[in-house]
Design a protein around this ligand. Structure first.
Ligand code: BG6
Length: 504
């Protein structure tokens, strides 16, 4: 595997949770696999006053708890971590930071290559690039300069456009890496391989053979200590605008000409631009929002959303969204897409279900139940990652009774194949200068263009219900009505191949 060029990874917001839980453990895993460059350092930045040693100790805790390869914490890796404390909101203080960075560059021999990672509150996103540019740290003349931006990327269409403008004022688009960690998941990338490396699926992948598509991303935890952030976000901004629309795009996109950043991202953006807008008078019919209420979940009392820390006791923020929409293009004309996400649902599952058209004539359906005659392909993103094909088989014995059976593949069957974490993959890609798995500015804006009118309609029409649902259930019952006919959502278990045993 190709190793990245020597460089320094500068993390803004290094004393925060993301750095400790995700970034440093991912880097430690890369280190263990010897995928970091020869000369490498992490320079953590923040207002909290920490010495290099304090920072290393704090991060060592993160590695122990969250790295995948826990066998040993390498002191060698920890010795590559440095910290510089300053007020990142104050442009005047950036000169001191630049000097520290240049000195570190000399010390470790990083060849003047820098990656700046914004793991800060979003209010800092427009400021940091400006202050970096004032110090000439945006120019790639004496080494590469890349900027990684965490989500949320904007609060609505306007703010996302403004943010794109702000970033592009100081950095070129090819220097900007917008993270959607779902694209870093191995099984999400496998969606492309499943579709485009198997002759059997692609001919069926269109309106002629697919009846509808379902995407679920459920979590069995609440907002925890993130109530303050979540109040201003809700499930639509937190999960749908980015992760769920991205999964939908990968299911629906045309085959890219090549496996490279431009081809793949061109196809993703085309899907997002083809989403049929939901008119405001149809929002109530097409989009269901809900909020979890206190309940007993697996024998434990759990709080309702309104009782969570940092949440307004009268909050109308949605913790659940289910919606139906269409993609107006040649391939998908008339095929409904149903997506749903929520906190405090019965189990943590992300999966895509392709429902194929039923047979044109229901030869064996005694009760004319067409559900029985519909093949399903379940693409499981997490957990129990794998693929499941459901099809009908004859029940042995007299007559022609048909039973649904499962044909499944589980990633775990690949032996001791190591599944890298999303951050591991994405950090490495940025170090290698490959933006394929990062979101492009136009894609982010296209997704907002679809979501923005729904959020506006909710804002302007408080009479549109926020349905309460008891924690531990599959969300408001009305979300079942979204799917027409006698069909329902798939109610997944933790294990991919549900059957007689379903563990949540
Ligand atoms: C994040 C959201 O982007 O994704 C969280 O902000 C959510 O609210 C998380 O819990 C889910 O990610 P994953 O990888 O656990 O499915």
């Amino acid at each position: 595997m190709r190793k990245p060029q020597n460089h320094i990874l500068v993390i803004f917001g290094a004393s925060g949770d993301l750095t400790k839980r995700k970034l440093i453990p991912a880097l430690a895993d890369l280190h263990q696999q010897e995928l970091l460059p020869e000369n490498f350092a992490v320079l953590g930045l923040g207002r909290t006053d920490l010495s290099d040693q304090d920072f290393r100790e704090k991060m060592s805790g993160g590695v122990k708890e969250f790295a995948s390869k826990k066998d040993k914490v390498h002191n060698e890796f920890l010795s590559q971590l440095y910290y510089y404390s300053f007020n990142t909101k104050d442009g005047d203080e950036y000169e001191g930071f630049r000097k520290r960075l240049e000195a570190l560059n000399q010390e470790v021999g990083a060849d003047g290559n820098y990656i700046f990672y914004l793991a800060t509150p979003p209010s800092m996103y427009p400021l940091v690039p400006r202050f970096l540019a004032e110090q000439g740290l945006n120019k790639s003349d004496d080494g590469f300069r890349r900027l990684i931006v965490e989500k949320p990327f904007g609060y609505d269409l306007k703010s996302a456009q403004e943010l794109n403008c702000d970033l592009q004022k100081y950095f070129k688009e090819e220097q900007i890496y917008r993270i959607d960690h779902y694209l870093g998941k191995e099984t999400v990338q496998n969606l492309l391989v499943t579709r485009f490396s198997n002759g059997i699926f692609e001919p069926l992948w269109n309106r002629n053979f697919i009846h509808h598509v379902e995407v679920t991303s459920s979590e069995d935890i609440g907002v925890g200590s993130r109530g303050g952030y979540y109040e201003g976000s809700g499930a639509m901004r937190d999960m749908v605008q980015n992760h769920l629309l991205l999964l939908t795009s990968l299911v629906a996109m045309e085959p890219p000409t090549l496996v490279n950043a431009e081809s793949i991202r061109n196809e993703i953006v085309k899907v997002l631009q083809s989403l049929r807008p939901i008119p405001s008078d149809k929002v109530e019919d097409y989009v269901i929002r809900g909020q979890y209420t206190s309940s007993d979940m697996r024998g434990k009392d759990v709080k309702g959303y309104r009782q969570e820390e940092g949440v307004d006791p009268k909050s109308r923020t949605e913790t659940f969204v289910a919606m139906k929409f269409f993609i107006d293009n040649w391939r998908w004309a008339g095929v409904p897409f149903y997506i749903r996400t929520g906190k405090m649902l019965p189990t943590r599952v992300t999966e895509i279900v392709i429902h194929f058209q039923p047979t044109p004539h229901h030869l064996f359906a005694e009760d004319k139940d067409i559900l029985r005659q519909q093949n399903q392909l379940v693409i499981r993103i997490q957990p129990d990652e794998g693929l499941l094909m459901k099809f009908g088989m004859k029940v042995p014995g007299a007559g022609f009774r048909v039973q649904d059976v499962n044909m499944d593949f589980h990633y775990s069957e690949l032996g001791d194949t190591y599944l890298p974490s999303a951050y591991e993959r994405l950090l490495l890609d940025c170090m290698l200068g490959d933006p394929t798995l990062y979101s492009r500015g136009d894609a982010v804006e296209a997704a907002w263009k679809f979501i923005d009118p729904i959020l506006k309609t909710w804002e302007e029409n408080p009479c549109i219900k926020v349905h309460g649902y008891p924690a531990g259930t599959w969300g408001p019952e009305v979300s079942d009505d979204l799917i027409e006919g006698n069909m329902t959502w798939r109610y997944p278990c933790k294990n991919l191949s549900d059957g007689l045993y379903c563990e949540l």
